[in-house]
Design a protein around this ligand. Structure first.
Ligand code: PGA
Length: 256
């Protein structure tokens, strides 16, 4: 983290877990544990159908609600999709874009990701843009090229003034839901690399202001060490975020 230049953001990604009642219960517990925290921004990304329940539960506290996906067209004949204006009207502030599970199971391409990033920014919300390499790519030593290409494509056409609302989440695919975590040094090295890519596109001042999270089996035991790295400005947390106490412990670990 480097709070002098950028925000620390701890985000939960509940994925396809919790119905409306479970959302209400877990959100209320998170609110009671960390609802007044000031050292970082807290976001809870819930399934679309639980957004209304989450927004209601987090009323009157500092925790924001995020969505896990969005479609880039504002309205029209796109059965089953949800648009930026719809999310906005519910009070959503952040949207995860390009999660590796969406790329893998739903065929999302870098072009889709870039359209979604621009749509989210135009709608006044913050995209949490996910990038990361597969295990074979890391073993082949090409992880930096892979991630650089994903970052460049995702940010295509994004105005410099909007960059401060963009969050990049570095999530090595081999670490997601596997219990394998990048070491703090590996996470930091990639954070630094992503910042270099952004610096080449937008200059040093903009690059310094971008929050770069780490995601992939972050939990209450390894969070403090990961977050102590200068280029790890927060976390995107799946499994451990389903338990309010574990998620709150990660938020506490960001108080350093
Ligand atoms: P995980 O998921 O914490 O369960 O590894 C992270 C993510 O996919 O965002």
């Amino acid at each position: 983290m480097n709070r002098k230049y950028r925000k620390t953001v701890i985000a939960a990604n509940w994925k396809m877990n919790k119905d409306a009642d479970e959302t209400k219960a877990c959100a209320e517990e998170i609110k009671s544990l960390v609802g007044r925290v000031r050292w970082c921004d807290i976001v809870v990304c819930v399934p679309s159908v639980d957004i209304a329940a989450a927004v209601k539960a987090f009323r009157d506290c500092r925790i924001s609600v995020g969505a896990q996906n969005v479609f880039y067209e504002p309205s029209g004949a796109y059965t089953g999709e949800v648009s930026v204006p719809m999310l906005k009207s519910l009070g959503v502030k952040y949207v995860i874009v390009g999660h590796s599970e969406r790329r893998k199971y739903f065929g999302e391409t870098d072009e889709d990701v870039s359209k979604k990033v621009r749509a989210v920014l135009e709608g006044g919300m913050s995209p949490i843009v996910c990038v990361g390499e597969e295990l074979a790519q890391r073993q082949a030593g090409v992880e930096q090229e892979i991630v650089a290409a994903q970052v460049k494509l995702a940010l295509q056409g994004v105005e410099p003034a909007n960059l401060r609302r963009v969050i990049i989440a570095y999530e090595p695919i081999w670490a997601i839901g596997t219990g394998l975590t990048a070491t703090p040094e590996e996470a930091n090295r990639m954070g630094e690399h992503i910042r270099t890519v952004i610096r080449k596109m937008y200059g040093a001042r903009v690059a310094r202001s971008v929050t770069i999270q780490y995601g992939g089996s972050m939990n209450e035991n390894n969070a403090a060490e990961l977050l102590a790295q200068p280029d790890v400005d927060g976390g995107l947390i799946g499994g451990a975020s389903l338990d309010a106490k574990k998620f709150a412990a990660i938020v506490e670990a960001a108080n350093q």
